[in-house]
Design a binder for this molecule. Structure first.
Ligand code: ARG
Length: 276
């Protein structure tokens, strides 16, 4: 109970500061804090034998934006997904209790920089520009930016058509960064707090296309009738966890991640959420 309250307080603090810095999204659900409690399955691992008991090192706060299925999303009241489970497995290995703080995507790096969160994990793409602000761990998976359009619409049928289109993106994402480049060519970019809001605008005909990561794109297309993903991929990316510059967490997380990769655990988690 105490833990839950402190998690909620942490979330409230996070949100307050996010308001000051970048706006808090205005929605109740976006500032909600969830604590994941997935059972440790690593009890018999050799690697955990000489690491502390789960929770012995205290809590690690993960900043995320939990509207990004299959990486992080709400199932009932709980944040689940690939990132949530990999983070849980990392914390198990390192002896921390994971607390997930949900916020706007473009507040995550600030939260990590300021120490309000210990790390950020949000299907976050490694970019040179972000590396100026935070450190990244080793990567844990690949992704592709894709274009979602309305079925039967011929406004955008290939990447080049984006130059003259209106494009919806989630604010502060790499999708946003790529299409911002096209604005000078005549593209009109609409930025939304959530990917889902961009997709809704597409369904309503308010934008011609949405640029977003491929797996969330698949989830959105499955959930919304009349949408499709263009075959031509837009940009290849790699996801990693971000930590404060110079933090010793980078090495710790990398060590845990390395073990989880070699044990096949990372693949197992990914395959659980992404069916081949
Ligand atoms: N991969 C993209 C980026 O790093 C989008 C990530 C959005 N993630 C989220 N949890 N909403 O910019």
């Amino acid at each position: 109970m105490k833990k839950i309250i402190s998690a909620i307080l942490a979330g409230a603090v996070m949100c307050t500061s996010a308001v000051a810095l970048a706006g808090c999204g205005g929605s109740k659900t976006e500032s909600k804090t969830e604590s994941t409690t997935a059972a440790s399955s690593a009890a018999s691992d050799k690697a955990t034998a000489d690491t502390p008991e789960k929770g012995a090192n205290g809590e690690l706060h993960m900043a995320t934006n939990a509207f990004f299925e299959p990486y992080e999303y709400y199932e009932n009241e709980k944040i689940v997904g690939i990132d949530a489970e990999i983070a849980e497995a990392i914390c198990d290995k390192l002896g921390y209790t994971l607390v997930i703080d949900d916020m706007d995507f473009d507040s995550i790096i600030t939260a990590v920089q300021s120490g309000k969160a210990d790390f950020g994990m949000a299907g976050m793409t490694v970019t040179e520009e972000r590396k100026q602000a935070i450190d990244f761990t080793d990567t844990y998976t690949n992704a592709i930016q894709v274009i979602i359009v309305k079925e039967g619409s011929d406004k955008v049928t290939k990447i080049d058509d984006l130059n003259t289109a209106s494009i919806g993106v989630q604010m502060g994402t790499t999708g946003d960064i790529y299409v911002t480049d096209l604005e000078k060519d005549g593209a009109a970019v609409e930025r939304f707090n959530k990917g889902a809001d961009a997709v809704l605008a597409l369904s309503q005909g308010k934008v011609d296309a949405v640029v977003i990561d491929n797996e969330p794109a698949k989830a959105f297309v499955a959930q919304n009738e009349g949408l499709k993903i263009l075959e031509e991929p837009f940009e290849n990316e790699e996801y990693a966890i971000c930590v404060a510059k110079g933090s010793d967490l980078t090495a710790k997380i990398n060590a845990a991640l390395k073990e989880l990769k070699s044990e096949g655990k990372v693949d197992e988690i990914i395959n659980k959420y992404i069916k081949a």
